[in-house]
Design a protein around this ligand. Structure first.
Ligand code: ZN
Length: 498
């Protein structure tokens, strides 16, 4: 039985995270339904809630409670997980003076605005001073939090607890060595897809209805979630019982909304699969951004872009979109798996995508270490881009200014996208072993067995295991790029005929 002290402690933890969950809903509303003029009030509401949650966490009384439950050293893994994770978060937050936190929040607000304008005008110089200031503030954060090897580690730890830059780098080196020749082989392959199929007109309402049907089949619970319209799709929410997905549409490019909503629903299934009885405590929260992304990418790519998936869904697709009535399974499957090096990360195919991430990882690590001067970022971006993808960005808007992340001061976030792709392939291999009938199930339109497997093996454990530990537990192997490369080779070699 947990002690009285622990019960008191966990009640406070729930309050802290409950306050944070209000932020999620306010931000969702801001991106979906809030009228334009509501922005100022919303900023004040968000700042207030963020303050409430931060103050509750760094409250010395909470610190004492944390020490007390640590001294009790309850071996129950549920208790131990909650205590361990709160210590991690507490140690990070308590080291940051409120003045620094506020200064960062103010700088980000201005920086995002400057970035929006800079990107619109493709004018890096307009964004540069903001980036400089944010980097300086984030270096201060890293120094205060502390690190063993390099400041980047302290920042990345927020998104992927336990990950270190040197370890990520060695994984990425292996991945790059295998990816580059694969991209080259695909580029010069004898067979190429008929991409015009993807540009046929598909009305937005029909896209929304079709996407919803797919998401229903994935066993996303619409009594505990919904889908709304935004400019940038995301998944957020307040609890496993309230998960918000958003999507966007291009009537002349169906894959954007279709794979977009499968991606977000993959995140959503993870949120819905967390145990309600542990709601707003680490045992009821996701492991890391990398593990989260493994769920979205698995549904988007390993399921949604598989041939088996379309064995079932091609007929409903043609019925929903008469312009696609003449599409054959082979042509459609090939078209949705078009691989082509391109400038924009969010539009990249699953083969070249990780190269976009690796170049960002290289550059931001150098920036944080002070080895890359801000004024040299555009040139360094273009050089690295040529090296990684063989293309030269035509301008900074399609180069170093394309992502919002740096303007929000989130350095160390990008690597989690690539880690997610690697984890996804490893988890999917394990699922295929555990469910020998998986491919046939997907081909029959039965997606719930996979969802159940993910729930059982990943979702319901909350933060009990760190990412690396979870991967080893589920797959029997440490995190590695091998499954991912094997998956790509198995899929693209016959497709492109190289
Ligand atoms: Zn995602």
């Amino acid at each position: 039985m947990p002690s009285q002290t622990y019960n008191e402690f966990i009640q406070r933890v729930k309050d802290i995270n409950l306050a944070a969950s209000i932020e999620g809903i306010l931000e969702w509303d801001q991106e979906t339904y809030m009228p334009e003029k509501g922005a100022e009030t919303r900023a004040a509401q968000l700042a207030l809630i963020a303050g409430v949650s931060h103050e509750k966490l760094i409250d010395p009384e909470f610190g004492h409670l944390l020490e007390k439950v640590e001294r009790e050293a309850d071996p129950d893994p549920l208790v131990a997980t909650n205590v361990r994770e709160l210590r991690r978060i507490y140690n990070r937050k308590v080291k940051l003076p409120t003045a620094l936190v506020q200064e960062i929040a103010r700088t980000i607000a201005l920086s995002k605005e400057a970035w929006t304008q800079a990107r619109r005008e493709s004018n890096f110089a307009h964004f540069a001073p903001h980036l400089e200031k944010l980097l300086d503030l984030k270096r201060q954060v890293a120094e205060r939090i502390g690190y063993k090897t390099e400041p980047y580690d302290a920042l990345m730890d927020e998104f992927e607890p336990g990950a270190r830059a040197a370890g990520v780098q060695s994984v990425f080196e292996g991945l790059k060595a295998d990816l580059v020749p694969l991209v080259q082989a695909i580029k010069t392959a004898p067979r190429q897809p008929k991409t015009a199929l993807l540009e046929r007109k598909c009305p937005q309402a029909a896209q929304a209805a079709f996407g919803r049907r797919v998401v229903e089949t994935m066993a996303f619970d619409f009594a505990a979630g919904r889908i709304d319209l935004t400019t940038h799709p995301f998944c957020s929410g307040a609890s496993p019982d309230d998960v918000r997905l958003t999507n966007r549409y291009d009537e002349h490019y169906l894959p954007m909304s279709l794979f977009g909503i499968m991606h977000e629903a993959g995140h959503g299934l993870y949120e819905q699969g967390l145990l309600v009885e542990h709601m707003h405590t680490p045992m009821g929260m996701s492991v890391s951004l990398g593990i989260h992304e493994s769920q979205s990418r698995m549904w988007e790519n390993l399921v949604g872009r598989s041939r088996a998936f379309w064995v079932n869904w091609l007929a409903p697709l043609k019925a929903a979109f008469p312009t696609l009535a003449d599409a054959t399974l082979d042509d459609w499957y090939f078209a949705i798996n078009t691989v082509r090096p391109s400038f924009i990360r969010v539009e990249a195919d699953e083969v070249t995508y990780n190269l976009h991430i690796m170049l960002r990882f290289d550059l931001e690590r150098q920036m944080i270490a002070g080895k890359l001067k801000i004024k040299d970022v555009p040139a360094a971006w273009n050089d690295t881009f040529r090296q990684f993808l063989g293309l030269t960005p035509p301008n900074d808007a399609e180069g170093c200014l394309q992502d919002i992340h740096w303007s929000m001061g989130i350095f160390g976030y990008f690597p989690t996208y690539a880690l997610g792709n690697l984890y996804a392939a490893q988890f999917f291999d394990a699922a295929r072993q555990a469910l020998p009938d998986l491919e046939a199930q997907i081909a029959r339109g039965e997606l719930h067995p996979l969802r159940e497997w993910l729930r059982e093996n990943i979702h319901r454990h909350g933060q009990r295991y760190r990412a690396t530990e979870l991967v080893e537990r589920v797959t029997g192997q440490p995190p590695s790029h091998r499954s991912f490369i094997e998956y790509l080779t198995r899929k693209y070699k016959p497709l492109y005929g190289f």
